[in-house]
Write a protein that binds this ligand. Sequence first.
Ligand SMILES: C[S@@+](CC[C@H](N)C(=O)[O-])C[C@H]1O[C@@H](n2cnc3c(N)ncnc32)[C@H](O)[C@@H]1O
Length: 307
Amino acid sequence: MNSVEGDATGSDGPDRDVVDAPTKRGGSAAAISHHYDLSNEFYTLWLDQTLTYSCALWNEGDDPDDLTAAQLRKLDFHLAASAADRGRRILDIGCGWGSLLRRAVSQTRIEQATGLTLSEAQFRHIDAWQDGRVRVLKESWIDHAPAAKYDSIVSIGALEHFASPGDRPGEKIALYREFLSKCRSWLAPGGAMSLQTIAYGTMRSNENNAFISTQIFPDSELPQAHEILEAASGVFEVTLLRNDRTQYGRTCDLWYRALHRRRDEAVEIVGEQKVRQYEAYLRMSAFGFHTGRVGLLRLAMVPVLGS
Ligand SMILES: C[S@@+](CC[C@H](N)C(=O)[O-])C[C@H]1O[C@@H](n2cnc3c(N)ncnc32)[C@H](O)[C@@H]1O
C-alpha cells in the first residue's frame, strides 16, 4: 500500500541509501525491498491472516471488524472482474504474499496462477508453498515475457510504485499506457483485467508528505484517475470504475489497531523507531482516505477490440 498525508514523525531524516538508489523504469527494486522486505514476521502481526496488503471490500451490513472476510471478498471481486471463473491461466502483477494466487487456484477453475513481485521476502514466502499450480517470479512487469497468454490479469496495489517522484503527467501516462498495452498483449481472446490502485484525490503531487515519500514508500508516485483513463484509452474499455476510499480508511484503521495490540512483539522484531514510523504512516494514510485527499480506485477492463 502507498499513501500520503500528515506531518513527519519522530524519525531522523530521509533514508539516503534508498533515496539515492538508482531508479528502474516501471518500478524501483530497491524501493520495493526497503518496504516489503522489512520482515514477514512483522507484517504477519498486523495484516489479516491471508497477508493481503491492500484495501479490503465490505458490503453494506457486513461486520466492519472482520478484515479477513473483507479481504477475501476483495480477492473474489477481482477474480470475477478479471473473468477468472472462465479461464485457466491468471497473472497477478504485484502479488504480495500470494493471497490472490492462492484464492484463484482454490476457489476457481484456474489451473496456473503466476505472480510477479520485486520483493525477495514475498518471493520466498510463496515459493516455499511448493504448489505446482502457483508460480512466483521475482520480476518487474516491464521485463515479463510470458510464453503463453493469460485468460485473466489482476494488479492490486502495485501501480503506485511504477512512476517516480517528479515524473511529468505526460511521462506517467506514457508509462501507464506501456503497462496496460503489455497487459493487453498478454491476454488471450475473451480475457479481462482488474486493477486496484491508490490515486491522488484532492491532494496534489507537490503536497506529498516527505516522511512517507522517503522513509515509508521511497521512489513511488501515485497516479491521478484521469491519467489511468487516458492511458487506457484505445487499449482497454473501462467497464467499471469505483472509488472505495473510505474502505481503505477502514482497512488502515484496522491495521493500526492490530499493530497497536501486538506492539511489544513488533518492537522486538523491527525496533521501536520502525514501529513508531508505521503507526504514524497508518494513521496518516487513514486520515488521507477518510478525508478524500487520496482515493482508492478499482477498475474492471476488457480489451478494446482490434487494439
Ligand atoms: C501493496 S503490495 C500489494 C500486494 C498484493 N497485491 C496484495 O493486495 O496483498 C505491492 C506489490 O507490488 C509489487 N510491485 C511493485 N512494483 C512492481 C513491479 N514493477 N513489478 C512487479 N511487482 C511490483 C511489490 O513487490 C508488492 O508485491
